[in-house]
Design a protein around this ligand. Structure first.
Ligand code: FE2
Ligand code: FE2
Length: 351
């Protein structure tokens, strides 16, 4: 700090000390304000906002301790040096506790020592202020950058959602008889996951995977999908390839979740009777086990080219009968619980 611009407020009830210190520091280039007691000192402190305060401890009415407390409360960055002749160690400790930056004893025999202390204290105050300013600057930078990243993240999520919707709609175009199937499976599977208390990120992965789980059907000839009669074994074999084809399409998309693998496993059954790999129990992802239930419920309660839509009761019977055999029991329980909460009707099952 340029000492010519630095203002020192000297508060002391002994005029001789005040004037001696004032004259010396003014000769050294400081601007010095003087106050003969604590009350006037605090008034000057509030009006002139000095860069540093020198204060005596023992003064009538408002003493140095009170001045320290007030300055610390109103302007903690203003340094205060206590100059006192009490010579009692408890006073020093109390002054430091109340926020004094330094302590000198009276009489000040060497005024050059006082000037040195004032200089060093002011330098320290400037460093602290610069440090705080820099900290504030960094905090603002971090806040701005975080907001920017949040914005980019929101844009990316929205792009991902639009892309998934477009891919999902592509399957619907190919197979209009089951149009909306993936959307309904996605919503029911996400509801089951929520019912199981899974975290938001897992629910989201199930919702996205549900929207894409039958994307591999673009490989299946349209006439197989629209066939009004039961499929032949060879035709069924082709249809069953849709799990792997879906995996193959999705594996190179860098989703934040294992969407390709979830899709690959959505026709697996916990007893190993599913396809295409005959995986069992713990080998199957929880996400796929949940989608498997939603898939069966949606398929059984919707119209198909080869049959009219079945009653929801039929789907419930299927899940109840095979709970723990082909379907994960916890996932099935969560489905029944969710179904109960929808007042046992199919109306709100696929939100
Ligand atoms: Fe499927
Ligand atoms: Fe499906």
């Amino acid at each position: 700090m340029d000492k010519k611009k630095a203002t020192v407020l000297c508060i002391d009830d002994e005029e001789m000390i005040r004037v001696t210190i004032g004259d010396f520091l003014e000769d050294s280039g400081y601007c010095v304000l003087q106050a003969e007691n604590g009350k006037t000192g605090l008034k000057l402190f509030r009006e002139a906002k000095p860069d540093i305060i020198l204060v005596d401890l023992m003064m009538p009415e408002v003493d140095g301790f009170e001045v320290l407390t007030q300055v610390k409360t109103e302007s903690p960055q203003t340094p205060v040096i206590v100059i006192s002749g009490t010579g009692v160690i408890q006073d020093v400790i109390e002054a430091i506790r109340r926020g004094a930056w330094d302590y000198l004893t009276k009489p000040v025999m060497n005024l050059a020592v006082l000037e040195h202390t004032v200089n060093k204290t002011l330098e320290k105050a400037v460093l602290i202020r610069e440090n705080e300013d820099y900290k504030k600057y960094l905090e603002e930078k971090v806040r701005d950058r975080t907001l920017e990243l949040e914005k980019i993240n929101t844009q990316l999520r929205s792009t991902l959602q639009e892309t998934v919707n477009a891919l999902s709609a592509m399957t619907d175009k190919r197979d209009p008889y089951t149009s909306g199937h993936q959307k309904r499976v996605s919503s029911l599977a996400a509801a089951i996951a929520e019912e199981m208390g899974l975290c938001g990120d897992t629910v989201e992965s199930i919702r996205i995977s549900g929207l894409l789980h039958d994307i591999g059907k673009i490989y299946v000839p349209a006439e197989f999908l629209a066939k009004p009669t039961r499929l032949e074994r060879e035709e069924m074999d082709v249809i069953r390839k849709h799990s792997f084809v879906g995996y193959d399409i999705l594996i190179n998309i860098n989703f934040p979740w294992p969407v390709a693998e979830i899709v690959y496993q959505h026709h697996e059954r916990i007893d190993g009777s599913g396809y295409p790999r005959g995986l069992k129990g713990g080998e199957i992802l929880l996400e796929s086990k949940i989608i498997a239930i939603a898939d069966v419920v949606e398929a059984m309660s919707s119209h198909r080219p080869y049959r009219a839509s079945l009653d929801i009761e039929e789907a419930l019977r299927e899940i109840r009968k095979n709970k723990g055999r082909t379907y994960c029991p916890e996932c099935a329980e969560a489905f029944f619980e969710f179904f109960r909460k929808q007042s046992g009707t199919i109306k709100n099952l696929f939100r």
